[in-house]
Design a protein around this ligand. Structure first.
Ligand code: ACO
Length: 317
């Protein structure tokens, strides 16, 4: 419900509008109110997805939520909280932790559940009140992140024009410390000392993350296109994780995606982690850019390190 602009951040840390825009492309980000939790953002996105899919909420037989800012650290899962708020009271529901790659990771799970016939209508939600784990005295991170949520319904189809064609998802745990929320888990349980040392907030070695992100996002796209015998010119919409405009631009230019085919929302929302890809898809959909049958290439990278790419023909109405 609130907008945090670069000028607002200037009053909080030693930074400038020009520095933030030049280095990241971000102009503003949304911040949830004190009363709103991650699940509240997720519920709003879920209700829109359910309405657009034209199904009854009771037809949903699996709810997965990807988030790095869950309502509660251990339990109940944010997916369970969302299920309760939606009034869906007998459904399999759980969270996944894959940082910014969460949405595409969930998509791969949904594909497997649907193709095996185990589930029929799956609600995926990427939701973040990331402002709750950001240190607003750390100029290296607080300028980047924003709150938000995006959701999708994944169902079965025989139509190749509305299918999830392929997904690559991977991780390399050797880089975990470069992007980490160190405290308030089992390693450094929540204590006065943990809080005094601000271990409950995101810590990032931005420059190292940047270099690996560009390389990984680029290679991931090359791999998935090659494996599916596709050229970048056959992609209708390139939808990258919205972390930093410079990262997106480096990947886009290297892979020859025209800027008109690249979905960009980073200027107005910043990095919303697991919500970033579905929010970008939603903006493009609401602008009338994405139509049924269009081929979308999703590409994401995040803490873990995790990364994932997906080729999806949009099956929305
Ligand atoms: N305002 C002004 N100066 C700043 C700021 C700021 N907000 N932040 C850092 N600086 C300074 C640094 O202190 C440094 O100063 P020095 O040269 O005097 O030491 C200088 O600017 C350069 O710092 P770098 O960290 O090298 O700046 P860089 O160009 O790398 O930009 C940024 C920093 C924007 C964080 C970039 O590294 C980045 O985007 N990294 C990747 C983030 C990302 O993609 N994360 C992955 C997904 S997130 C997830 O999974 C949750």
């Amino acid at each position: 419900s609130q907008i945090l602009s670069n000028s607002d951040l200037k009053k909080m840390v030693d930074t400038s509008d020009e520095w933030i825009e030049k280095r990241t492309g971000i102009k503003e980000r949304r911040i949830a109110s004190a009363e709103e939790a991650t699940s509240d953002l997720g519920v709003k996105a879920a209700l829109i997805a359910i309405e657009r899919a034209g199904i009854d909420a009771k037809e949903i037989d699996l709810i997965i939520c990807a988030t790095l800012s869950p309502d509660h650290l251990c339990m109940p899962s944010t997916a369970c909280v969302i299920a309760g708020k939606l009034g869906i009271n007998d459904v399999m529901a759980f969270d996944i932790s894959a940082a910014c790659s969460g949405f595409v990771y969930m998509l791969s799970m949904a594909k497997a559940y649907i193709e095996s016939g185990m589930k029929k209508n799956i609600l995926l939600i990427g939701a973040e009140k990331i402002s709750s784990v950001v240190d607003y005295t750390d100029r290296g991170t607080c300028i980047l992140f924003g709150d938000g949520a995006g959701a999708a319904i994944i169902g079965a189809t025989e139509d190749k024009n509305e299918a999830i064609l392929d997904i690559h998802a991977s991780a390399d745990g050797r880089y975990g410390d470069l992007l980490i929320t160190p405290g308030c888990g089992s390693k450094f349980p929540c204590s006065q000392e943990t809080l005094d040392n601000k271990l409950n907030f995101i810590k990032m070695q931005g420059n190292d993350v940047y270099k690996i992100a560009v390389k990984t996002l680029t290679n991931d796209v090359i791999d998935i296109l090659e494996k599916n015998n596709l050229e970048s010119s056959q992609i209708d919409h390139f939808i990258p994780h919205q972390a930093n405009f410079r990262i997106i631009e480096a990947v886009r230019a290297k892979l020859n995606f025209p800027i008109e085919k690249t979905v960009l929302t980073v200027a107005k929302y910043g990095n919303t982690s697991a919500a970033s890809i579905p929010m970008a898809m939603n903006d493009a959909y609401e602008e009338g850019r994405i139509k049924r049958g269009d081929l979308m290439l999703l590409d994401t990278f995040g803490g873990g390190f995790t990364w994932a790419s997906a080729l999806v023909r949009f099956g929305g109405k």
